[in-house]
Ligand binder design. Structure first.
Ligand code: LMR
Length: 394
């Protein structure tokens, strides 16, 4: 039977992990997959997570099944983190724990299909390279809207609004909550307000993917779009990830929140989501979520986590500054200032797929074919080499 199958190409981002790992060169640089790296190039476990895990080890008395929704105390804590106080005790809002942000996206796609299989999800052009495969393989129809002009390195806001004003009512508009992947270029608060106004007026369903809360300005500022949207629309979907802001990548910790116009509808949506979970993976993994809950509900652990998040944010901003300065010296005829204006981990470098291949083969510098870089791979030790190599291929 298996002879009938054809080989699938590897995922463009995940394949870089193995390629980089197998590269024997000492001076190799990983600007590929979206994981945080410290100044020594490591992706350490947060100290707050280690401490929470230690307490869990001492205190946990059972690993028996939880329900398909996961741990309710995790759902409450993460809902407060994402929505602030606005959603507290609001029976229009239901959050479930999911295997990472990807799991949340997949369950959301299932619910959307059951609600209306004719609806279209509009994704930004460009978007995270797994949005279309993940949502598309669930069977949802997808279209893209203009988001970023990679020649000018700026948002195509007017073109985006133009499409938003024309898509059929009832369609779904997927937005990145902050730290847009792959460009790092986010909507300003004023632009969020304009988008929210049109979405509310036109009866579209907003779907926000919040994978980097805390990586741009602060936990609250990075949730501006989610919270302002929540105040204005009757229905919305939010997928949130703890992979980056708690460093829990492989623990698969995330959440999915549905907001609907009344408590009865929310109860129905929940029952559909839980049915999808039960028939797909039964229930989410617990460990990462248990550590997150402990951190969010304990003042000392929370402060420790916030301080770590603060340091990470500072480092990402500093690396943006030093690479822009370095490239300015090596390639003075080009403007790289957009890298400093972007948020979170990613920016477009402005190199072609051939130049990406050359950077990899000749210099051991790994980035995604689109020219997306993860600024966490930059250090004060490798920035000179990086800039000289980029200048050479340009
Ligand atoms: C990325 O964009 O590199 C990360 O979100 C990791 C992934 O799963 O693609």
């Amino acid at each position: 039977m298996f002879e009938s199958l054809e080989r699938m190409p590897p995922d463009a981002i995940l394949k870089l992990i193995a390629e980089y790992g197998n590269d024997p060169r000492d001076n190799k640089v990983d600007l590929g997959v979206g994981v945080y790296r410290d100044a020594a190039g490591n992706t350490p476990v947060f100290r707050a997570i280690k401490n929470a895990e230690q307490r869990l080890l001492d205190m946990q008395t059972s690993k028996s099944y939880l329900g398909s929704r996961g741990a309710t105390d995790f759902c409450d804590a993460i809902q407060a983190l994402v929505f602030g106080d606005n959603a507290r005790h609001n029976d229009r809002v239901m959050t479930l724990q999911t295997p990472g942000g990807s799991g949340a996206l997949r369950v959301a796609a299932g619910v959307i299909l059951r609600a209306n299989s004719d609806t279209t999800i509009w994704v930004s052009d460009p978007t995270w390279n797994n949005h279309v495969p993940l949502l598309g393989s669930a069977g949802v129809k997808l279209e893209s809207y203009p988001y970023y002009d990679s020649a000018q390195n700026e948002l195509r806001f007017d073109a985006m609004l133009d499409v938003l004003n024309k898509v059929p009512s009832g369609d779904i508009w997927l937005l990145h909550g902050c730290c847009h992947n792959p460009t790092g270029m986010d909507l300003s608060t004023g632009q969020w307000d304009e988008i929210i106004h049109v979405i509310a007026e036109r009866g579209l369903l907003p779907f926000i993917d919040l994978a980097y809360q805390g990586f741009s300005d602060s936990l609250d500022e990075d949730a501006y779009g989610v919270r302002a949207m929540f105040d204005r629309v009757p229905e919305m979907i939010v997928a949130a990830s703890c992979s980056k802001n708690f460093g829990l990548y492989r623990e698969r910790t995330g959440s999915l929140t549905f907001v609907s116009s009344n408590a009865d509808t929310t109860a129905i949506v929940s029952s559909q989501a839980l049915n999808i979970v039960r028939t797909m993976y039964s229930l989410p993994p617990d460990h990462g979520g248990a550590a997150v809950t402990m951190i969010l509900n304990d003042a000392d652990l929370r402060n420790e986590w916030l301080a770590e998040l603060n340091d990470m944010r500072k480092r990402m901003k500093e690396m943006r500054t030093i690479i822009v300065a370095g490239l300015g010296k090596k390639v003075p005829e080009r403007d790289f200032s957009h890298i400093e204006r972007a948020n979170g981990m990613f920016s477009y470098l402005g190199v072609s797929p051939d130049q990406v291949a050359q950077l990899k083969q000749e210099y051991g510098i790994y980035l995604v074919d689109s020219g997306r870089i993860n600024v966490c791979g930059i250090t004060s030790d490798n920035v000179e080499y990086l800039c000289a190599s980029i200048a050479a291929v340009l």
